[in-house]
Design a protein around this ligand. Structure first.
Ligand code: AMP
Ligand code: MG
Length: 509
């Protein structure tokens, strides 16, 4: 099938046509009642320039490169019917009330022939859900979102996607570290793509405002279009549907744990109903293996969303989703089944990921001890997670010598401890770990925080070559790609240890 321009794609509006909306059009931030969306218009920008383009996403949509007038929000094509979604959420454990798309505007849904995908501009100006903010996005956070969401896709991890990044030609003022030093930064807009952007918080807002009619309509809509094999006319059907969401969410979080991804803001408004990684804000990648690490400075004290806590937060968030569906059930006690199911599924995925990372044919109960010990030794001195597991995937004999490059200070390696563990593991796999399996579970290249920062530093000087190089490299994260090795298969450089944007990220974006 030939590719088309953005404006001649087959645009549809299922969400607007089939769920309750806001009477008032557009504008000023306000509390909206009983609606799933508000109609809005993107705010025009002075100088849209297309800077990054995902050819893989474009192929899926069947769209030819270009269309910055639409991707920057300056024009609306026939068939596009822009809106902002209303949702609520628990932020850092507390109910925050109405949140919604404060700086995201959906252009519409595109029927590609095989599926229907929603296209959304992030950073396109004020909506009724913008609360006290400006609805814009800065270049630095947009580059992080574009690169990371595409990298996650190529790692095989469910995620929202990015089609494009357009620079806006206008500055946006941000106080990056919230320390009273606001400064202008270049603005940008990412066009992101997903089957939908419905979140746990999309349901919560109706339940917590007592609007069970809107809740029922949104559930029926979601199931009809996104879970068509489910029937939610009765309690058992609702539980089956919720178990599907449990499964998808557990699988997504296990993938994050496999590759060392820390989401950073696992609020219930950032939990996709499809189990997609969504909302790339102050996320980060583990460099030294530290389960207590979070990149998010806003969470630095409690570290609620630290790496090692993500599965438990998944449980907590999923319980909030279950509660929000309770009013539609005759016997809400049945929701406990679903909650238990999440835990069982997560354990299953977690075991499988360790089996893959360690090249075991399958995970046995005795392997728990082996993994526990590994996690403990990995923390004894500063050890790079990605490099360690990648080198482990090539090991010819159980000797720590071959893994030295993963350590920040080779003199401090606890050699006996390591050789002892390596021998246990070697014995477990009969000297033949499944190396092919390991290489597909232990990526060689991930978007380390300092790598994204180098791309940002260059882009802020209008040089997008680093961003493009990373985008190309991260299309094949499991391949050796020796041409990139010297530059990018590296531990965190010293300059990045304490630099804002590398070791510390705020929600300011
Ligand atoms: P986040 O932490 O990015 O998931 O955002 C939480 C909430 O704040 C969401 O409702 C966002 O739409 C909103 N928000 C974040 N940044 C902005 C902004 N610059 N303008 C308007 N709303 C924003
Ligand atoms: Mg969000």
């Amino acid at each position: 099938m030939g590719k088309k321009s953005l404006s001649s794609l087959d645009w549809v509006s299922r969400f607007l046509d089939e769920t309750p909306g806001d009477e008032e059009i557009g504008g000023a931030p306000r509390q909206v009642q009983g609606a799933c969306w508000s109609k809005v218009e993107p705010t025009p920008i002075p100088d849209p320039i297309l800077r990054l383009w995902s050819t893989e996403m474009a192929d899926e949509l069947g769209v030819i490169e270009g269309g910055e007038e639409f991707l920057g929000g300056n024009k609306i094509a026939n068939g596009m019917r822009p809106y902002a979604q209303r949702y609520g959420g628990h932020q850092f454990g507390n109910w925050a009330g109405q949140l919604g798309d404060g700086r995201a505007i959906t252009l519409g849904e595109v029927n590609t022939g095989s599926k229907i995908l929603e296209l959304q501009l992030k950073g396109s100006g004020i909506t009724p859900y913008s609360r006290f903010a400006d609805g814009k996005a800065v270049l630095r956070s947009s580059i992080r979102e574009f690169l990371c969401s595409e990298a996650m896709h190529h790692l095989g991890i469910p995620t929202t996607r990015a089609l494009s990044l357009v620079s806006t030609g206008e500055d946006v003022v941000r106080d990056i570290m919230y320390d009273g030093k606001p400064a202008p930064e270049p603005g940008a807009i990412v066009c992101r793509v997903a089957e939908s952007f419905i979140r746990f918080g999309s349901f919560q807002i109706h339940t917590l405002t007592g609007d069970f009619d809107a809740l029922k309509k949104l559930v029926d809509y979601t199931v009809k279009h996104h879970f068509p094999h489910h029937n939610v006319d009765n309690d058992d059907g609702l539980i089956e549907w919720l178990k599907q969401i449990a499964d998808d969410t557990a699988s997504m979080i296990a993938h994050w744990m496999r590759v060392g991804f820390v989401h950073g803001v696992m609020n219930t408004d950032n939990m996709s109903i499809h189990g997609l990684t969504i909302d790339y804000g102050p996320y980060g990648w583990l460099e030294n293996f530290d389960p207590g690490w979070t990149p998010n400075t806003t969470d630095a004290e409690r570290r609620r969303y630290r790496f090692g806590h993500q599965a438990q937060i998944g449980t907590w968030n999923y319980a909030r989703l279950l509660e929000s569906i309770g009013p539609l059930m005759n016997e809400p006690e049945k929701l406990y089944d679903a909650l238990e199911f999440y835990e069982v599924r997560y354990q299953k995925y977690s075991n499988a990921l360790w089996a893959d990372k360690l090249g075991l044919e399958e995970f046995n109960s005795e392997d728990e001890e082996l993994v526990k010990e590994l996690i403990s030794i990995l923390q004894s001195v500063e050890t790079d997670m990605t490099i360690f597991f990648r080198l482990l995937s090539k090991l010819k004999e159980p000797n720590i010598e071959e893994l030295k490059f993963a350590f920040y200070d080779e003199d401090k390696i606890p050699i006996d401890k390591w050789n002892n563990w390596l021998n246990k593991w070697w014995f477990r796999v009969n000297g033949e770990p499944n190396l092919e399996k390991m290489k597909m579970a232990n990526p060689k290249y991930v978007l380390r925080n300092w790598m994204a920062q180098l791309a940002i530093d260059a882009a802020e000087k209008e040089d997008y070559s680093v961003a493009i190089e990373l985008y190309e490299m991260l299309k094949n994260p499991y391949d050796e790609q020796p041409n990139y090795e010297e530059k990018w298969f590296q531990k965190r450089p010293e300059w990045a240890r304490h630099r804002v944007g590398c070791s510390m990220l705020s929600c300011s974006s």
